[in-house]
Design a protein around this ligand. Sequence first.
Ligand SMILES: O=CC(=O)O
Length: 322
Amino acid sequence: MMKVFVTRRIPQEGMKILQKAGMCNLSVWDSDEPVPRAELLKGVAGAHGILCLLSDKIDTEVLDAAGPNLKVISTLSVGFDHLAIDEIKKRGIRVGYTPDVLTDATAELTVALLLATARRLPEGVEEVKNGGWSTWKPLWLCGYGLSGSTVGVIGLGRIGLAIASRLKPFGVKRLLYTGRQPKPQAQEVDGEYVPLDTLLSESDFVVVSCSLSPDTQGLCDKTFFSKMKKTSIFINSSRGAVVNQDDLFEALSSGQIAAAGLDVTTPEPLPTDHPLLTLKNCVVLPHIGSATYSTRGVMSALTANNLLAGLTGSEMPSELKL
Ligand SMILES: O=CC(=O)O
């Protein structure tokens, strides 16, 4: 039997696959809350496989605690910035992740967040509840629309492209994008590859959909926001650390940009007394991009199948090329 540590309660689709395989000695941190670090270090000792989440930092200390048996780390996420990839590669450990299966759900959520932010839905809902809705007023709760607008996507990967193709039918006039290189798939959305400065100065909506890497860490800072229009909206559904949140707070409170919608923050959860939460023009969601019942079930199954393939040395449905 192979020893497997699962760092959280996960949708049953994945657990059933692991149990049915009959080859795993399963140990599960059976809670909806994250495993404490000390329990993680204890739980992985001698493990052949680790099934983890994006909230578990898998670094040298965890790899050392697991020891030489460790063959595979399978993460229930498309992002892998929580994994010490260089060290994992050096040790010959394989990594499974969950691309593609969460693209639609995450793109949908990003569009919902963009519309909610641009049309000020949370503020409107609040006004209805607190009696602020006195009558129909021509100048009240006005926001910004997509029709005739320019949208800029930073990182036109799987999710960025899915966001762009959902936004286009709202009447978007120009779709700009940046990234390491032009993408042939951009044709599907008439995307124009432009320098970042052009994207920032011409877009009415700036949507961040890139992965977190040393290149993108802190990319959205004071200089970045200073290049955006005063009427433009900033949306991030990738990773919180792409944004300098102090600079974002400044840009939002000074009127440098119109509004921001974030599905990701640093840290997560964002403390309830965080300055960003005092702003009416900032909509913050609790990292729910992939949170549909069906998507989470499919992610769970894929994570389990990746893990099993890693344990048996066979081809993984979704292996991260290291
Ligand atoms: O953020 C979510 C993921 O990486 O799957």
